[in-house]
Design a protein around this ligand. Structure first.
Ligand code: SF4
Length: 362
């Protein structure tokens, strides 16, 4: 079978061969480059450039973990198309990651400082977890140093920082009220650094890879919004791309877990779905090898990538007070009722029409 991007990749045949020697099939490599172009909303003509970029440079990367649950590390390790082992670790040089690195103790800290001292201004810092500022930052210490102290040095000397997950983006669950440790995101804790936020609980590894691929391909970070989120990943709402959207537009809502509407895959707005106010490309890239995502699984979106969702999107099972796009006063009930009335009127007219036709036929 010939893929539309085949011709583009033929231009990068040398690169394909390099990855072939590493056990990555041509098909997988093609899928990777095509997928990255799609996520970044680039035309197919950029595929050879992406292929060349990911096979050439190999930037040093250090991955820091502060107030976290390691969910973003898990998300990264679960990358399946391609696997992190086959592509990502061939594209980057991961020098420090507490959860997966072999060295421990002083040797591990030496690995980190070697990069900071020898690759100043050239390496990428990836941060997972919030940074506590209260009481001098004593609530998160690694190797005898506070998280804020480490972040200032490591992020301050990096080419740029990628904050993965909602905790490093803006504090996440660690900063939920009453925020006992004074947890904040990296951007707030270390002002002045160059950074990108990839929120989500957890972040999606496809977006991290795409951010790095963009940097390798163009030498710049992708364009971001006022919250430092790349537009390619957070430019649209979940609601914009949701597969249940047609049911929302038709006023077909699940009213109770397990009811007929739920079985039919209707809209989860009434069950508390926060998709209309959540900006994330979850519905298009999905999870677990792109097999599914929460709304497809039958649960409403909890706006995990939204700023301070634990306080502001809560309670998760109460519906949003209004429906964007239908006026501030509109509610699902009103829309549903309006559509139902219109449909009923249509059916009545249809019925009248049929009755007239039958009469004529008689
Ligand atoms: Fe999808 Fe939720 Fe929007 Fe309904 S309200 S269309 S389930 S995102």
């Amino acid at each position: 079978m010939k893929f539309p991007s085949d011709d583009a990749l033929n231009e990068a045949s040398e690169t394909v061969e390099i990855f072939g020697q590493k056990g990555v099939s041509r098909r997988d490599f093609m899928k990777f480059c095509t997928g990255m172009a799609a996520i970044l909303a680039l035309p197919a003509t950029f595929i050879p450039k992406i292929a060349e970029a990911v096979s050439g440079q190999k930037p040093y990367v250090v991955w820091l973990e502060f107030q976290d649950c390691a969910g973003d590390s898990e998300s990264m390790l679960r990358a399946s198309k391609p696997t992190i082992a086959s592509i990502v670790l061939d594209v980057i040089s991961l020098e420090y990651h507490e959860t997966i690195m072999a060295p421990s103790g002083k040797n591990a800290e030496k690995s980190l400082m070697d990069v900071v001292n020898n690759q100043k201004g050239k390496y990428i810092a990836i941060v997972e977890g919030a940074i506590p500022l209260k009481d001098g930052g004593v609530y998160c210490c690694i190797g005898g140093r506070s998280a804020i102290d480490i972040a200032k040095e490591v992020c301050g000397n990096a080419a740029f920082t990628i904050n993965v997950g909602s905790c490093s983006s803006w504090g996440g669950i660690a900063s939920a009220k009453p925020n006992p440790t004074g947890a904040v995101g990296v951007g707030e804790a270390v002002p002045g650094i160059t950074y990108v936020n990839l929120p989500g609980c957890p972040m999606n590894v496809e977006n991290v890879t795409a951010t790095i691929v963009h940097y390798l391909t163009f030498g710049t970070l992708p364009s971001v919004d006022e919250k430092h989120r790349p537009y390619f990943a957070h430019g649209k709402t979940v609601h914009d791309n949701c597969e249940r959207r047609a049911h929302y537009d038709a006023g077909q809502f699940v009213r109770q877990w397990g009811d007929e509407g739920h079985r039919q895959g209707w809209c989860l707005y009434e069950m508390g779905c926060k998709g209309p106010v959540a900006h994330f490309n979850c519905p298009s890239i999905r999870w677990n090898g792109a097999t599914s995502w929460p709304v497809q699984g039958g649960h409403g979106c909890i706006a995990c990538a939204a700023d301070h969702n634990w306080d502001e999107a809560y309670p998760f099972y109460s519906r949003l007070p209004n429906v964007p796009g239908f006026g501030i006063e509109s509610t699902a009930d009103k829309i549903g009722a309006g559509l139902a009335a219109a449909t009923a009127a249509g059916l009545v007219l249809h019925g009248v029409g049929r009755a007239i036709s039958s009469k004529k036929e008689e």
